[in-house]
Design a protein around this ligand. Sequence first.
Ligand code: HEC
Ligand code: HEC
Length: 329
Amino acid sequence: MNVSRAALLVSALLCLVGAGCDSDIRAPRTGSASPESAGASADQKDGATGAGVPGVGMNVLAAGGDFSPPSEDDIPDGPFGDVIRRGRDIFLDTPANAGEFVGNGLSCVNCHMDAGRVADAAPLWGAYGLYPVYRSKNGRVNNFEERLQGCFEYSMNGRAPERGGEVLTALESYAFWMATGAPVGVKLKGAGYPKGETPGLEPDLVRGKQVFDDNCALCHGADGQGQQVAGRNVFPPLWGPQSYNWGAGMHSLDNAAAFIRANMPLGRGGTLDLQQSWDVAMFMNSHERPQDPRFTGDVIETRAKFHDDPNSLYGREIGGRLLGSEPAR
Ligand code: HEC
Ligand code: HEC
């Protein structure tokens, strides 16, 4: 099944559930969105005017600080453009285009939506100019390539492509191009996921399951394993063996709640309140998933070493089960 058929299927499903059949739904994994919709998406999110000037190198920060990435049509011709396009293809369909480094059913675009363009879904243009940076995750300064390696090891539950190799060079070129005209060393509006707020009540599993049943199960499945057509994900899994592992950013409640609140249910981002987003993040992340690759052989020790954070449920006992101690299912 090809990419546009997957997108069609999603639209059809959205119509069925009454989420709407019109153009305000961003179809996933198209990557060939029209220049207008693609270039303006970051702006639309924040209700700004879309002041980006067409043409490579001419993107500007609009008043209010909104950044517009260049449109697909602006990818240059020639060898550099070919590498940028290769990076885009890896980003949109990682198992098909960099499969040897992927250990689950996900693609980058599942969490960095609309080809890595959307504000508040950790857009590539918001990330590129923030590296190199010190990361407590591994206790040293990381450059952008190392950051990408981490995505493969954790979010993709795979193994890191080598630095300077073809895969990381392509992804880095794509991100570099996406950030054309963006200032360096500045956290842009819409970069990352919109974290920072915590809900009034402690997140709760029972409430979270209700939010899940009402808003998520239809696409991601009542068992959270997503939905596959001809061996490919139409809706990605949220837990289980084909999902991100216990070391991934999305396993942290703050990241998951922020991503969900801004972007889910698909096409209706911003409709869950803060409490619902945390409750459903708690429900989602209290299921088993692939082991943290840094596992020392002991869950409690691994928690103490790498998960000493209230946002991590790894190594905590929830509903009589020690999370991280059982096979993913
Ligand atoms: C399961 C969801 C998921 C998948 C799949 C995923 N990521 Fe991420 N990614 C995240 C989360 C969560 C963060 C952390 C964002 C934050 O801390 O604000 C992140 C961060 C990043 C960052 C740094 C962003 C920043 O603002 O510093 C980059 C770059 C990135 N991912 C690229 C990729 C690439 C390339 C792939 C595919 C090889 C990928 N990601 C796959 C969830 C995912
Ligand atoms: C209408 C279908 C639909 C609904 C409803 C929906 N999602 Fe999603 N979700 C998707 C699709 C499709 C993607 C991948 C987006 C992409 O590739 O552009 C996704 C991606 C995700 C991801 C990141 C990828 C992964 O598998 O980890 C998470 C987490 C997520 N959704 C959680 C939720 C939660 C929680 C809810 C309910 C509040 C929800 N979704 C409701 C379709 C849906």
